[in-house]
Design a protein around this ligand. Structure first.
Ligand code: PEP
Length: 249
């Protein structure tokens, strides 16, 4: 079976009650491809998760933007994987570059989080990607491999993992990777999975691209053989997210 196209919307730390309602209304009214063609997941801030899950059309799932690395308890300010499961939230984004750079999350810590979240029954969008400096130094694949290995070292079953390749230089900058740049890293990453995990995992795992994707850039990117969808930040708050959902149709 082929890899189903996957589109995630990362709302980051944005939104008021009114804005969230307006985004949900737009998503509910939009013409979107069937769930046979595309899997869609939006990720509001924690505080809006129950409302969004309750109001959103059933074809669109929800994700948390993070979760704690182990069982809950005396970890003020954190939200555990168990709580997300208890709320009926099926997905979580882990290892986003903003958490790696601003909150100091190491690759090893992200690997532990991925393993713990999967063990609790969550599905994971695991983010990897290089900085501009690393790209210019020619170490893109070394960085992406190191981040992916930290996950591979801790998990056996990749069924519930989507890997998001998000070059840091493209996130929130308006500088989208060219289709060739994205394809090159996605193909190399798939090759890495083939060699270091298994040919089956390489073939079945969705590798999605994130970094300044818009309604205008999504079609050509979606046409690349190893681009299996998108993780979208800024544009997921706008009506053009509907076009991105439909990019593979
Ligand atoms: C992101 O935050 O995951 C992202 C890809 O953001 P943007 O689309 O705004 O670059």
């Amino acid at each position: 079976m082929g890899r189903k196209f996957f589109v995630g919307g990362n709302w980051k730390c944005n939104g008021t009650v009114e804005q969230v309602e307006s985004i949900v209304n737009t998503l509910n009214a939009g013409q979107i491809a069937s769930t046979d063609v595309v899997e869609v997941v939006v990720s509001p801030p924690y505080v809006f998760l129950p409302t969004v899950k309750g109001k959103l059309r059933p074809e669109i799932q929800v994700a948390a933007q993070n979760c704690w690395v182990k069982k809950g308890g005396a970890f003020t300010g954190e939200v555990s994987a168990e709580m997300l499961v208890n709320l009926g939230v099926p997905w979580v984004i882990l290892g986003h570059s903003e958490r790696r750079s601003l909150m100091g999350e190491s690759s090893e810590f992200v690997g532990e989080k991925v393993a713990y979240a999967l063990a609790q029954g969550l599905k994971v969008i695991a983010c990897v990607g290089e900085t501009l400096e690393q790209r210019e130094a020619g170490s893109t694949m070394a960085v992406v491999a190191e981040q992916t290995k930290a996950i591979a070292d801790k998990i056996k079953d990749w069924t519930n993992v989507v890997v998001a390749y998000e070059p840091v230089w493209a996130i929130g900058t308006g500088k989208v990777a060219t289709p060739a740049q994205a394809q090159e890293v996605h193909a190399n990453l798939r090759d890495w999975l083939k060699t270091n995990v298994s040919p089956e995992v390489a073939e079945s795992t969705r590798i999605i691209y994130g970094g300044s994707v818009t309604g205008a850039s999504c079609k050509e990117l979606a046409g690349q053989p190893d681009v299996d969808g998108f993780l979208v930040g800024g544009a997921s708050l706008k009506p053009e997210f509907i076009d991105i959902i439909n990019a593979a149709t």
